[in-house]
Design a protein around this ligand. Structure first.
Ligand code: B4P
Length: 195
């Protein structure tokens, strides 16, 4: 199996690239952002609780997110691997993911960290805000809040994965196809263990 983690600030290209990587390597794509937005769209109790936090750029509780990931991993037992997009975002989430994978004798093979400067991130998010309908993409203060949450809660995970020897940083600026090729090269360097 091949288990990948795509890491980066809001707007770095995680969702964009995760879809392409999942298709190329035959992996199951798990995006906590997409799972939460589906709960919101479905009007579930979980969705109602998550919406107000997401609209403000605040993280949803670890318990909720880890529960969703647990369900996804358990319901996809015979697969080539997973690509996690937007998860983990906190140290407790990272530890919980390691434990969930260990239950299936699995671990993270590579963490790909996309690096994009703040100005470019804001340009992308505000551009998407014009068409996405996402409240969290449409307000500069919400973007700044998301960046603050990323810097304090999520960015420290780079050290967590560096210590595990699985962290690779990638320049996320440039054409989507060029960034994709850089990511694929790193995955293939790992020996493409999905075959
Ligand atoms: P996410 O859905 O993960 O949203 P995101 O950080 O904005 O990343 P996304 O994947 O959507 O954007 P991408 O960079 O691909 O999270 C949203 C909210 O959900 C969070 O704030 C939080 O409240 C909650 N949440 C999610 N996961 C959670 C967790 N684990 N724990 C707690 N809460 C959680 O792309 C952005 C834009 O850039 C797109 O329009 C794209 O087309 C464009 N783009 C991409 N690559 C580009 C390139 N190379 N050049 C130009 N534009 C590019």
């Amino acid at each position: 199996m091949l288990n990948l983690l795509l890491f980066g600030p809001p707007g770095a290209g995680k969702g964009t690239q995760a879809l392409k990587i999942a298709e190329k390597f035959g992996l199951i794509h798990i995006s906590t952002g997409d799972l939460l937005r589906a709960e919101v769209a479905g009007g579930t109790e979980l969705g109602k609780a998550a919406k107000s936090l997401m609209d403000k750029g605040i993280l949803v509780s670890d318990d909720i997110v880890v529960g969703m990931i647990d369900a996804k991993i358990s319901s996809n037992s015979s697969v080539k691997g997973f690509i996690f997009d937007g998860f983990p975002r906190t140290l407790p989430q990272a530890k919980a993911l390691d434990e969930l994978l260990a239950k299936h004798n699995q671990s993270i093979d590579i963490t790909l960290a996309l690096e994009v400067d703040k100005e470019e991130l804001y340009n992308r998010i505000s551009l998407r805000g014009k068409s996405s309908g996402r409240a969290d993409d449409q307000d500069k203060n919400t973007f700044l809040k998301r960046m603050q949450v990323y810097n304090t809660e999520t960015a420290p995970l780079k050290d967590y994965y560096k210590n595990q020897g699985v962290l690779v940083t990638i320049n996320g600026i440039g054409e989507i196809e060029d960034v994709f090729n850089s990511l694929c090269n790193e995955i293939i360097k790992k020996g493409n263990p999905v075959h």
